[in-house]
Design a protein around this ligand. Structure first.
Ligand code: PEP
Length: 236
């Protein structure tokens, strides 16, 4: 059983800790299923070690956009993916549907895989509206776009991110199964679907029992060398 391990290191660590993680990764024999998402300045440290990508990307191709980083810039460093629509970006940057559509379009046009994050809030979960919410998050961005089979979807319940809480295995299995059926029926694509939200050494063996999960988008534990190593070893 192999699961993909995608590490979103957010803004947690500095150069020395990143380099420690790079050295740890070099000791792992089969690294094909690992993709790391460090902060922009550290992208190249993962080059020739594992696949890597950015945590976000500009919705514009080029120009006077101070502080932004474009698809072609990450591509020129060797990135193969970018996260799009992480709940922290949606909230902190007030991302609109149009912004998300532009980012995914530019990524696909430049052969960079978007890792598109979706997920319900605690209130939506408690009201039992998870599927309605995530179908809407998918369709509002996917409708009218092409090459959607090259998108990876990360199902990340917002209430599970960084909280130590997760849905039950049955809930994750059912939600991801429904996401797969939805994109297959509506867009004719078989997208890879990851689970994200408080994945850690404590729950990885339990989560690995879920068939529908193709892998994980891991936040906190991907910045802690020993935790990441433990998770990777359980997923190879
Ligand atoms: C994330 O930010 O994508 C995430 C899943 O975070 P954590 O693993 O820390 O919950």
């Amino acid at each position: 059983m192999t699961k993909l391990v995608f590490g979103n290191q957010k803004m947690y660590i500095n150069k020395e800790e990143v380099l420690g993680i790079v050295e740890m990764l070099k000791t792992i024999e089969n690294r094909d299923n690992i993709v790391m998402f460090p902060s922009y300045p550290f992208l190249e440290y993962y080059k020739d070690v594992v696949r890597f990508g950015s945590q976000d990307v500009s919705a514009y191709l080029k120009g006077a956009y101070t502080g932004e980083v474009s698809v072609s810039q990450i591509k020129s460093l060797g990135a193969s993916c970018s996260i799009v629509g992480h709940s922290e970006c949606r909230k902190n940057h007030n991302e609109t549907i149009e912004t998300l559509r532009n980012k995914i379009t530019l990524l696909l046009e430049n052969d960079i895989t978007p890792v598109f994050c979706i997920g319900e809030s605690l209130e939506e979960y408690e009201k039992n509206t998870t599927l309605e919410v995530i179908y809407n998050q998918i369709s509002s961005v996917f409708d009218g776009l092409n090459n959607l089979d090259n998108v990876i979807i990360a199902y990340e319940p917002v209430w599970a991110i960084g909280t130590g809480k997760t849905p039950t295995n049955e809930e994750i299995d059912s939600t991801i199964g429904n996401i797969k059926n939805y994109v297959k029926d509506k867009y004719g694509v078989n997208d890879i679907v990851l689970y994200g939200g408080s994945v850690s050494p404590k729950n990885i063996e339990e989560l690995n029992k879920i068939d529908n999960v193709d892998g994980y988008l891991i936040g906190g534990s991907s910045s802690i060398k020993d935790e990441l190593k433990y998770i990777i070893e359980k997923c190879i």
